[in-house]
Design a protein. Structure first.
Length: 107
């Protein structure tokens, strides 16, 4: 089937242009998030016994803010306020801990 006959010459050119634009765009992987994960953040202190994991997502094209997501003992996930004093201390502690592990592996 000829594209010009079915769509007309002007529409066929538009379709070709559209396809060429999509082909030149870099692919977005499934793991790439195109928006902020945290719509609300929690500033209240969460007891350490309730924390199971902490994930940091730096600011980038997907979101203008650093995002800190805590996994809780009950399975829930909570977005923490990265500007909160206790969260800053927690991040500092975790980064220091990671640096200590990295230096032990080198030795």
């Amino acid at each position: 089937m000829d594209l010009r006959r079915s769509l007309g010459p002007d529409m066929a050119n538009d379709v070709r242009l559209l396809f060429s634009l999509f082909e030149s765009m870099p692919p977005i992987s499934r793991d790439y998030n195109t928006h902020c994960r945290c719509l609300q953040v929690e500033s209240r202190i969460i007891p350490p016994d309730n924390l199971r994991s902490i994930k940091l997502f730096p600011e980038g094209p997907h979101c203008p803010d650093t995002e800190v997501i805590a996994g809780l003992a009950n399975g829930a996930k909570v977005c923490l306020n990265p500007h909160s004093t206790w969260v800053k201390k927690l991040i500092f502690f975790l980064e220091k801990q990671q640096l200590g592990k990295a230096s032990k592996k080198r030795a």
